[in-house]
Ligand binder design. Structure first.
Ligand code: ADP
Ligand code: MG
Length: 448
């Protein structure tokens, strides 16, 4: 394993947990400078970064490293002289496209757009087709059809991707048009700063030059009256000149608290499109598209597993895939299903204990073709006793439930009954092949 590859795969995972700005600040120009006998030394550009990483990231980095290489025990940092910095940066820029790069390097200074977000890698399904259709109309005739174009949806569902794709597409089709993407948070801080420095008129007039303004996460304007006022002014000026305004938010305009009435009605005057949650088929399609982009193909079993367990956030779907891709790049082999599950266990949280208890009872009852009520009853009928013992055994073995709890659950029995049931099954498993098979099958149904 190469040090560089290992570090790339660590970075790929850290990138998931931090904001792009944080990631660039703390991890630019870092690398593994030595890796011997389970001791890893990471070189960093200065003492500031060293201290920060030491305090905030050591645990995380160690955990990720151990996942990749169990022999890792110790982590330390070392400051590398500045002369190496340039070399480092070049190395980063020259990475092949399928390796991790610092996003900051790619952002176009004029438009603030990241070229990685395009329509060609935007998967469309029923969950986002309205937003997609609106976007298509906007890029064909900026400023002419839907103005403003307002897109809303939950975290990680593609709002930023869509806004940026609109920007990139317009730049491509109308090279003369001045396009500007800005996260609302940045807009707010620009306004505050320029008010302080008596530059607000300059700031406002700089916005008047844009033909297309894409403003991301507008909910950040909530409650900031002064900034809303300035924004309203910019908005009106652009709007009256038929310049395209595209806005994203995590909720519809009417649900943004403390949004002045006049802004709200402005937003509602254009087109409002929502992005909902992708269904299973679409999640699978997204995973397929993204694996293809990364030139790795994982088994259907693995992709199904991810699509089944991650439902609400496309960023997390992508994150799961990145972890597996990192494993593939480091180990030069595709993880099998068991390894993949292991690698993803931090991302895919196990189902809660309560739902698992219900599941065990339901599955055992179904397997032995009795009702759940009969299973947990007091009845000593032979056809109920064995299933009951199996269920008790599984609650103990799989969920570590206490014996008194198990006793209560099954018709208010004493904990000794639960212990007896558990021990009986443990004993029987040693010489009853059928029972071994039955329990194996039941477990597969409980934990698919
Ligand atoms: P949001 O801004 O809604 O929080 P993002 O636009 O940042 O979400 O999307 C999160 C991640 O998921 C990004 O990496 C993005 O490229 C990806 N993504 C979101 N929607 C899609 C989609 N429809 N097709 C492909 N990738 C998508
Ligand atoms: Mg976003």
């Amino acid at each position: 394993m190469e040090k560089e590859e290992i570090w790339q795969s660590v970075l790929a995972q850290i990138q998931l947990m931090t904001s792009p700005a944080n990631f660039a600040t703390w991890f630019q120009n870092t690398k593994i400078s030595s890796l011997e006998n389970g001791r890893v030394i990471i070189s960093v550009p200065n003492s500031f970064v060293k201290e920060w990483l030491q305090q905030k990231y050591t645990k995380t980095i160690l955990k990720i490293l151990k996942n990749l290489m169990p022999e890792v025990k110790e982590l330390s940092y070392q400051i590398e002289k500045s002369g190496l910095k340039i070399v480092e940066r070049k190395a980063v820029e020259n990475l092949p496209p399928n390796q991790l790069r610092f996003q900051e390097f790619e952002i176009d200074k004029k438009t603030n757009l990241n070229p990685r977000y395009t329509f060609s890698n935007f998967v469309v399904g029923s969950f986002n087709e309205l937003a997609y259709a609106g976007a298509m109309a906007v890029v064909k005739n900026p400023g002419q059809v839907y103005n403003p174009f307002f897109v809303y949806g939950g975290v990680g569902l593609g709002k930023t991707h869509l806004l940026q794709a609109i920007g990139n597409e317009i730049v491509k089709n109308f090279p003369k048009k001045k396009v500007r993407y800005i996260p609302c948070e940045k807009f707010v801080s620009d306004v505050i700063l320029s008010i302080k420095n008596h530059q607000i008129e300059n700031l406002k007039s700089s916005y008047h030059n844009f033909d297309v303004l894409l403003i991301d996460d507008i909910q950040f304007l909530a409650g900031k009256e002064k900034t809303q006022e300035e924004f309203f002014y910019i908005f009106n000026t652009l709007y009256e000149k038929n310049k395209q305004i595209v806005i994203s938010s995590d909720r519809p305009p009417k649900a943004i608290p403390a949004l002045t009435e006049r802004l709200r009605s402005r937003f509602e005057g254009g087109m409002i499109a929502d992005i909902s949650l992708p269904d299973f088929e679409t999640r699978l399609a997204i995973l397929r598209a993204k694996s293809e982009e990364r030139e790795v193909s994982f088994s259907d079993e693995i992709l199904n597993y991810i699509a089944t367990n991650i439902k609400k956030n496309i960023r997390e779907l992508e994150g799961a895939l990145n972890i597996l891709v990192a494993y593939y790049r480091v180990n030069k082999k595709i993880p099998d299903f068991q390894i993949a599950k292991q690698l993803l266990k931090n991302l895919i949280s196990p189902p809660s204990k309560v739902s698992s208890i219900k599941k065990i009872i339901k599955t055992v009852a179904e397997f032995y073709e009795i009702s759940e009520k009969e299973l947990i009853s007091n009845s000593r009928k032979r056809e109920y006793v064995k299933p009951r013992q199996v269920a008790m055994y599984l609650l103990r073995e799989e969920l570590k439930c206490s014996f008194p709890f198990i006793g209560r659950k099954f018709g208010g029995k004493d904990h000794t009954t639960a212990i007896h049931a558990y021990n009986k099954i443990v004993r029987d498993l040693k010489n009853d092949e059928n029972l071994v098979e039955e329990i194996k099958e039941i477990k597969e149904k409980i934990f698919p």
